[in-house]
Design a protein around this ligand. Structure first.
Ligand code: 1YM
Length: 643
């Protein structure tokens, strides 16, 4: 080896092999979320340095290629001294040893958060190139790596003029990742959240692709964060002052911060964090938080005689409409779940409950106007739930009576009764419905045309929703009921495919339907049953062959290819104005037939889950053509695309 490393060091370097062999084990996957996970690891190390009081500024740069990042902080700098046992610079140990600074125990939990530098070696292993620059110990030090292996020694590149800190440049490895492009929206969202969770921290983000620069600093901390969430949710609060509490003296050296407010919205928004890291799948701290809310509010309502006699109030009623945040700091968090985003320390639940419950009850008692407004809101939720249950069960009755008797008249059903092979195409308009009916496979493909207006489910009550003809046709055709009483085992089709024109009307209807499914039939989306069909917009004929293009860029790409391979041949272009214009056979070949069609599967990836609430509220009622934040996943016959 030209770098002069000994056999002993190579053994250390082999330590990263498992990361490259099974990247999913360390970063959840190799798609877009996995790619961004690399960035979060590096940012978290810099934020840790700030949380520990050593750094105040972090800068993040998305480079011009859109595929490489630099993160720097003004902290102490990763140690560059010789590691006492490994006999190489400490920074090299950090970057080439799995879980340096953390630990990996046999029960398969990765222990991290508050433990410095755990993820840096994973980032290194999965980067085509990584350069670390450290200002510390009187010098500027630099070392380069490729795919986790050092390609230079740690070298002093100059004297230290002033300050200290760590800078890391990395470019994720195309051999590992399916997608390489960083998403500036994901980045800004994540960075801004970090500054809400640490009021003293300043983060600058420079996007060299767009030339933009952002600076984040939120002195108000999680109280300000809660107000921000409230603002983006668009929900109207039912009381003015939020409940904010910082509990410093919990046992086990833990502390917790909470901000909470009730709104009129028919849902609950809770964001939870451990040591400033998002726990999207919740966990014991979130459970403790929920328990505290239930028991404090119940106690308040009890003592003030605010509980109506004939109405039972559930924990869900109590939490309906809350917009809340919990951030827990603790020493040895244990994470669990697919992407290790669920806190699993059992002792935390009651610790959090007892840290918050009394303060919340006291807050309500000291602010009786607020307390009464919240109590009124909760009683209203319980009453609405009772009314909804009645409405939902009437829909369910209708769709259950007999397997087929109660199907909507507009549905053209398939012959098969096996949900696993059955597909429902929800089509816009009767004329497109006609083409689809003729072009489909009668055995497995059913068609439901929608004509009337689809209700915007975002602001409507369940009762209104079930009264909407088009939506109730959808519910009846699917057969599984909706809301709390949805029963997936009764779902009549395992592929529900929205087939709309590729114009803004079609897009609007898709959006309305997806909003409805998200709000009232969410398990269908979570279960991966919902798809969007991709009818072509253009037909291209040349050299006695036919191509289909989804959109203009697709068309240009195909035309360019044809010009190259058939330079003399005449190219004919046809643009479809709508699905109804397409011959049934064409529709079959391009859009319906499983062997040749392209489908987008509608999923909500974890990183998007938290912004989806906002996206949906943002989208509905304002700009129907606004970009959708549902992200589409790859499946066998399925293509990756944002709508
Ligand atoms: C751009 C990313 O990694 N900053 C960073 C990392 C470390 C320190 C400071 C640090 C920590 C400690 C002592 C300590 C790390 N240190 C280690 C290890 N920014 C970035 N800034 N001195 C410096 O925790 O005691 C791992 S990361 F292991 F050496 F302590």
């Amino acid at each position: 080896m030209s770098t002069g490393y000994t056999g002993k060091d190579i053994q250390v370097l082999e330590g990263l092999d498992p990361v490259r062999k099974r990247p999913g084990m360390y970063i959840g996957g190799t798609g877009k979320p996995g790619l961004h996970h690399l960035l979060w690891e590096v940012v978290d190390n810099a934020v840790d340095e700030a949380t520990n009081g050593y750094a105040s500024h972090i800068e993040v740069i998305l480079h011009k290629d859109g595929r490489s990042m630099t993160v720097s902080d003004n902290g102490r700098g990763i140690p560059v001294d010789r590691h006492p046992t490994k006999k190489i610079p400490t920074v090299e140990v950090i970057l080439t040893t799995l879980h340096a600074g953390g630990k990996f125990d046999s029960s398969n939990y990765i222990t991290s958060g508050g433990l410095h530098g755990v993820g840096a070696s994973v980032v290194n292993a999965l980067s085509e190139e990584l350069v670390v620059t450290i200002k510390r110990d009187g010098g500027v030090w630099e070392q380069r790596y490729a795919k986790g292996t050092p390609v230079t020694k740690l070298t002093k590149t100059g004297p230290l003029s002033r300050g200290s800190g760590t800078t890391m440049y990395f470019r994720p490895d195309p051999e590992i990742f399916e997608t390489l492009d960083f998403d500036p929206e994901w980045i800004t969202d994540n960075l801004e959240t970090k500054t809400y969770l640490n009021g003293a921290l300043r983060i600058a983000f420079r996007n060299e692709v767009s030339g933009e620069r952002f600076e984040y600093h939120h002195e108000g901390g999680i109280a300000e964060f809660q107000q921000h969430l409230l603002a983006v949710s668009g929900a109207r609060p039912v009381h003015e002052d939020s409940f904010v509490v910082r509990q410093q003296d919990m046992s086990h050296g833990a502390r917790v911060e909470v901000a909470l407010q009730w709104t009129e919205a028919p849902r609950e928004v809770v964001r939870s964090f451990v040591n400033g890291i998002s726990t999207k799948d919740g966990g014991t701290h979130e459970q403790g938080f929920r328990d505290a809310i239930r028991s404090a509010v119940r106690a308040y309502m009890d003592t003030h005689d605010l509980l109506p006699r004939k109405l039972d109030i559930t924990a869900d009623d109590i939490r309906e409409g809350i917009v809340g945040i919990i951030n827990l700091f603790m020493v040895d968090p244990q994470f669990q779940g697919q992407t290790k985003e669920k806190l699993n320390n059992p002792e935390i639940k009651s610790l959090v409950t007892s840290a918050i419950r009394l303060d919340l009850e006291q807050f309500l008692t000291q602010h009786p106007t607020t307390g009464d407004a919240i109590a009124t809101r909760i009683v209203q939720a319980a009453k609405a739930r009772q009314a909804s249950r009645a409405a939902a069960s009437s829909v369910r009755r209708k769709s259950n009576v007999s397997h087929r008797l109660n199907l909507p008249g507009k549905l053209t059903d398939c012959a098969s009764t096996d949900p696993a092979e059955s597909e429902l195409f929800i089509v816009e308009g009767d004329s497109a419905g006609g083409s689809a009916k003729q072009g489909r496979n009668r055995q497995t493909q059913a068609v439901l045309p929608l004509r009337g207006k689809v209700l915007n489910a975002e602001q409507a009550t369940l009762k209104k929703v079930t009264e909407n003809k088009e939506l109730s046709n959808v519910v009846q055709a699917l057969g599984c009921g909706l809301g709390d009483s949805l029963d997936l085992s009764k779902l009549r089709y395992h592929k529900i495919i929205l087939l709309m024109d590729a114009d803004s009307d079609g897009h609007h209807i898709s959006t309305l339907l997806l909003t409805f499914l998200y709000r009232y039939m969410r398990p269908l989306i979570d279960g991966g049953y919902v798809y969007i069909a991709q009818p072509p917009l253009f037909r291209i004929d040349a050299a006695k062959k036919t191509w289909w293009a989804l959109d203009e860029p697709d068309r240009e790409r195909i035309v360019a290819k044809i010009k190259k391979s058939h330079p003399t041949s005449k190219i004919e272009l046809q643009r479809f104005k709508g699905l109804g214009e397409m011959m049934p056979a064409t529709l079959n070949e391009t859009t319906l037939h499983p062997d040749s069609r392209r489908l987008l599967q509608v999923t909500i990836p974890d990183a998007e889950r938290m912004v989806t609430e906002q996206t949906i509220s943002d989208l509905m009622g304002k700009d129907p053509a606004a970009r959708f934040n549902f992200i589409m996943n790859r499946a066998d016959e399925v293509e990756d695309l944002d709508v």
